[in-house]
Design a protein around this ligand. Structure first.
Ligand code: HEC
Length: 154
């Protein structure tokens, strides 16, 4: 009985803590990095309904230029916004996602995947079950990065 209690404690209390701890803080000043064009998705059935901007640091930009190999440490952040009612202007921010090339993340192609709320706090999404599937399917040959150099005005 005691054993069971310990196990359930680990599963319900510690695992989410570990998962949250695995998501690093969002990098300071990422909105000053190279910014993609504004991307508007008006299809309401899409998971990406809304407006988003992709930010790439210097290493990630090198990766975008080669198209298939991102150097260790490359970091890409995406800010998502709602669409303001009655217009196509940016509404409030609703989520942030990040990918950082970190070879320790073997299960997810050598990338750390992390999701955040609008407040920048980790949302504790599981990278393997929530993130990697799409990236593997859409960009398995492009180092799991779906957007391309064309999304940036380089
Ligand atoms: C339903 C499929 C899908 C899921 C699930 C998904 N993504 Fe993506 N992701 C995309 C697509 C499509 C793009 C490209 C968007 C664009 O080109 O504007 C993208 C782009 C990105 C980018 C910018 C770099 C790139 O690959 O273009 C990051 C960072 C990112 N996603 C992180 C995440 C994280 C973290 C999760 C899990 C919390 C996640 N994604 C889950 C489909 C998905």
């Amino acid at each position: 009985m005691k054993k069971l209690l310990v196990i359930s404690l680990i599963v319900t209390v510690l695992f989410p803590l570990i998962a949250a701890a695995a998501a690093p803080a969002l990098p300071k000043g990422y909105t000053g990095w190279k910014k993609s064009e504004r991307k508007l998705v008006t299809d309401k059935s899409s998971l990406f309904y809304g407006i988003h901007y992709i930010y790439a640091d210097k290493k990630a930009l090198q990766g975008y230029k080669t198209g298939s190999k991102f150097p260790e440490g490359s970091t890409i952040v995406v800010d998502y916004f709602n669409i303001k009612a009655g217009s196509e202007a940016d509404g409030p921010k609703n989520m942030v996602v990040m990918m950082r090339k970190d070879k320790r993340n073997k299960e997810t192609g050598g990338w750390l995947f992390a999701g955040y709320g609008a407040d920048g706090k980790p949302s504790g999404l599981d990278p393997v079950s929530t993130c990697f599937g799409c990236h593997q399917k859409d960009a398995g040959q492009r180092d799991f990065v779906i957007s391309t150099v064309k999304d940036f005005k380089l």
